[in-house]
Design a protein. Structure first.
Length: 137
């Protein structure tokens, strides 16, 4: 018979798994049908969950429930990356590639528009020298 302490630890861990699972699910895009999941937890967020090792263990358990192949990485500054490392179907990869290309194109178009605006506003703010009425046209 498990002790009351073990039972309490199991309930706490199950609650932690539910918290992490909720965060992992929140970032999923429905059009990717559960693939390409990722969660980045700052040092502060990890500290709120507990120890890094416990947060990683909870992420693996939550990922298992979600059907993910979980990969975690903790950085020296305490950031924790949780990534679904499954190989998605070709149609999902194609969709993700199109979305990525569209996002990059939008960033480039926005940067080009800003550059045009800066060039236009820079030339309009240049002052021309006042004409000397004695020199004619």
């Amino acid at each position: 018979m498990p002790s009351q302490k073990d039972e309490l630890a199991e309930r706490r861990f199950a609650k932690l798994v539910d918290q992490v699972k909720t965060m992992m699910s929140a970032g999923l895009k429905p059009e990717y049908r559960g693939f390409y999941g990722q969660l980045v937890l700052t040092r502060k967020a990890v500290a709120e969950l507990g120890e890094v090792a416990e947060a990683r263990r909870a992420a693996r358990a939550a990922g298992h429930q979600l059907g993910w192949k979980v990969r975690t990485h903790a950085t020296d500054d305490g950031t924790l990356f949780i990534i679904d490392d499954r190989d998605p179907p070709q149609e999902i990869r194609d969709l993700a590639a199109r979305r990525s290309a569209e996002a990059v194109s939008a960033v480039i178009a926005n940067a080009q528009a800003e550059a045009r605006m800066r060039r236009t506003s820079a030339t309009s703010t240049l002052r021309s020298r006042p004409r000397d009425p004695d020199q004619g046209l």
